[in-house]
Design a protein around this ligand. Structure first.
Ligand SMILES: [Zn+2]
Ligand SMILES: [Zn+2]
Length: 227
C-alpha cells in the first residue's frame, strides 16, 4: 500500500484535496455500519433502539460510534498506521471519523461531548511505535470539534498484556485497575476514543472510572468495531 502525498491511500488516484488522503469515491463506497445497535454497534434490527443484549445488560456508555466494521479497507489502513510506522495516516483517519460523527450529530443521534479522552498507550508501546496512535487522531478531532482533549487525564497504572488473543474473562482480569483518572469529570459528557473496539472491556474499565468520578455520559468513539 505505497502512496505519495496527493494520491488516495486506497485507490492511488490523484486527489483534488491532497490533505484529505482518501478520494471522494473511496469515501463514498466505504462499507458503513448499518442496522447496528446504538449502544454496542453490533448488528441489530433497529438502529434507533438498543438491542436485546443492551437492554438486558446495558453498557456504561450511551453510544458506541464507529465508522465501519473491522473490515477492509479501513482495517488495512489501521494496520498500516499502527504497525508499519505511518503516522501521516492520523489526520486521514481522524477526518473520516469526524465526517461520520458529524452526520449523526446533524441527525440528532448524539450530542457534542464536553471533553475527549483517549485510551492510553503504555509508555513502552509508545516508545516501540514511535508515536501515540490514539493521541494523533484525538488531537485533530479535539481541534475541529473545539472540544478539549486531555491526554494525561486517563493513564495506565500498570503494564498489561495485549488484549489480542485473550478470552473475555482473561481480558477483564488483565485490565482490572489498569487505568487511573485525573481531573474533574463531575457532570461532564465525555467521549473516549480508541482506534478499534473489540469486546469493549477496555472501554468498560475507562467508563467505570469516569462514571465513578461523576461523568454524566460517555460516548465511545472508534474507527472500527469488530463483530
Ligand atoms: Zn480513492
Ligand atoms: Zn446493543
Amino acid at each position: 500500500m505505497l502512496t505519495m502525498v496527493g494520491y488516495c491511500w486506497l485507490c492511488h488516484q490523484n486527489l483534488y484535496f491532497a490533505h484529505h488522503g482518501i478520494c471522494c469515491i473511496c469515501h463514498r463506497y466505504l462499507k458503513r455500519q448499518q442496522h447496528v445497535c446504538p449502544r454496542c454497534a453490533l448488528p441489530s434490527e433497529s438502529s434507533d433502539l438498543p438491542c436485546g443484549r443492551c437492554v438486558r445488560n446495558p453498557p456504561l456508555w450511551q453510544h458506541l460510534i464507529a465508522i465501519t466494521d473491522y473490515t477492509q479497507p479501513l482495517s488495512q489502513l489501521i494496520k498500516r498506521y499502527k504497525y508499519h510506522g505511518t503516522p501521516q495516516l492520523a489526520p486521514v483517519l481522524a477526518r473520516l471519523f469526524l465526517l461520520h460523527w458529524l452526520q449523526g450529530y446533524r441527525e440528532g443521534r448524539w450530542h457534542k461531548p464536553d471533553r475527549i479522552l483517549g485510551i492510553p498507550l503504555h509508555s513502552r508501546k509508545r516508545w516501540q511505535r514511535g508515536f501515540d496512535h490514539i493521541e494523533l487522531i484525538a488531537r485533530p478531532l479535539s481541534r475541529w470539534l473545539q472540544c478539549p482533549y486531555h491526554p494525561g487525564f486517563l493513564q495506565r497504572s500498570r503494564a498489561t498484556l495485549t488484549q489480542r488473543g485473550l478470552s473475555a474473562a482473561q481480558r477483564k482480569t488483565n485490565l482490572k485497575r489498569a487505568f487511573k483518572l485525573r481531573g474533574d469529570f463531575a457532570d461532564q459528557h465525555v467521549a473516549i476514543f480508541d482506534d478499534v473496539i473489540t469486546t469493549g472491556t477496555t472501554l468498560h474499565e475507562a467508563s467505570q472510572l469516569l462514571i465513578r468520578a461523576g461523568a454524566r455520559s460517555v460516548q465511545a468513539w472508534a474507527i472500527c468495531r469488530t463483530l
